[in-house]
Design a protein around this ligand. Structure first.
Ligand code: AHG
Ligand code: MN
Ligand code: MN
Length: 359
């Protein structure tokens, strides 16, 4: 299609806004600023180790994880490109322990933004795709009315309340995938224009798949339903599933989500027993919920294994959660396997494996 006939992200947002004649346009303006942050991050990521202005690395973030210089830089870009525009009441980031306040002197708005500025950043040094993930929530009315600073509690809203969510993928091409609650659209960065143009309208996740993604090095910590599911996939054609499966693991959830949107599949980073203090690896507010919203809007499904992830009431800003998403029928099967097995918490510790009564 000639470029002149392709919609830009701006046009897509304007056409979507027509569904709500009373809308102020604040959400659109916010998403455009987020997309500008993503373009800036795409640029620095593409320079790799040639970046002269990257801050020194080697620190550890609030999650106790190694922080790459580009994690810090990407976080700063998200903050700087969105905190001035008057549309936000506050922000929360993977890289910041506490919510980020809109600076004094800047107007405060009615939305909250949560984000993972660089997902899969352990892949940066090996030149594998990384991305940014974001979610937009409404600020509680009391925050909007008073203009007060935001608190952690203001962000603890279930994923069903998200107004918009998206991710940018910095792969061989840079793409932005977005939902404003009316399906999922994919945009490709046109470097000549410096604009995201609509290349993948109405993305749909195929309901069935024969491709799964899981970090099998954790298998000894998996709960029985996950072990059963993966064992059945590995058994292939002669096994209970009666078909062969393929496996992928990129270690960038954003890249796995994109593959699944393009051709189906199922991704699991389930709750496991590796570290009782960490129920799962991925974070609810800025990883699981935005990707879950996109999957559901594309006809896929996102779950903790036991319940739809978007229905979970968050309890902490950096809460981790087990996550399974992708092709609907496959995710539902994994949920069935979980419901067939009593949850770990319901087994009395006195009688559980490795308890007082077992050695
Ligand atoms: P982040 O780089 O933002 O910390 O997230 C990394 C996440 C996710 O993208 C990926 O699926 C997972 O961690 C990789 O986990 P493993 O190290 O277990 O492969
Ligand atoms: Mn991440
Ligand atoms: Mn990250």
């Amino acid at each position: 299609m000639p470029l002149s006939r392709r919609w830009t992200l701006t046009r897509y947002l304007i056409e979507e806004r027509r569904r709500f004649p009373g809308a102020s346009g604040d959400l659109n303006a916010l998403i455009l600023d987020v997309s500008l942050a993503c373009k800036a991050i795409a640029r620095i990521v593409s320079f790799g180790t040639l970046n002269d202005n990257a801050p020194a690395g080697g620190s550890v973030n609030v999650q106790g994880e190694a922080q790459q210089p580009l994690d810090v830089l990407s976080n700063d870009i998200f903050l700087r490109m969105t905190d001035w525009n008057g549309h936000l009441a506050g922000m929360a980031s993977e890289e910041l322990e506490a919510p980020h306040q809109i600076p004094a002197g800047s107007q405060r708005g009615k939305y909250l933004l949560t984000f993972d500025p660089l997902d899969g950043s352990s892949n940066i040094d090996v030149n594998v795709s990384v991305g940014s993930i974001f979610s937009v929530l409404r600020a509680p009315q009391a925050v909007v009315d008073s203009g007060r600073d935001v608190t952690e509690a203001d962000f603890l809203q279930p994923g069903t309340t998200q107004v918009a969510a998206g991710y940018a993928l910095y792969g061989p091409v840079t793409m932005l995938v977005l939902t404003v609650g009316n399906g999922v659209a994919g945009f490709t960065l046109n470097h000549n224009l410096g604009e995201f143009v609509l290349t993948h309208p109405n993305l749909r996740v195929p309901e069935d798949t024969h491709e799964f993604a899981i970090n099998t090095s954790n298998s000894r910590f998996w709960e029985p339903p996950v072990k059963r599911y993966v064992d059945e996939c590995l058994a292939g054609k002669p096994g209970p599933r009666g078909k062969d499966f393929n496996m992928r693991w990129i270690a960038s959830m954003v890249a796995e989500a994109h593959r699944i949107l393009m051709r189906g599949g199922v991704f699991l980073y389930p709750r496991d027993t590796r570290d009782p203090a960490k129920p799962g690896r991925l974070r609810l507010l800025y990883e699981a919920n935005p990707i879950g919203f996109i999957m559901e809007q594309a006809g896929g499904r996102a779950s903790t294994g036991r319940q739809p992830v978007l229905g979970v009431q968050p309890s902490a800003l950096h809460q981790r959660i087990g996550l399974v998403f992708g092709s609907k029928n496959e995710v539902e099967r994994i949920e069935r396997y979980h419901h067939d097995t009593p949850p770990r918490d319901s087994i009395s510790p006195l009688f559980a494996e490795r308890s007082l009564f077992r050695d």
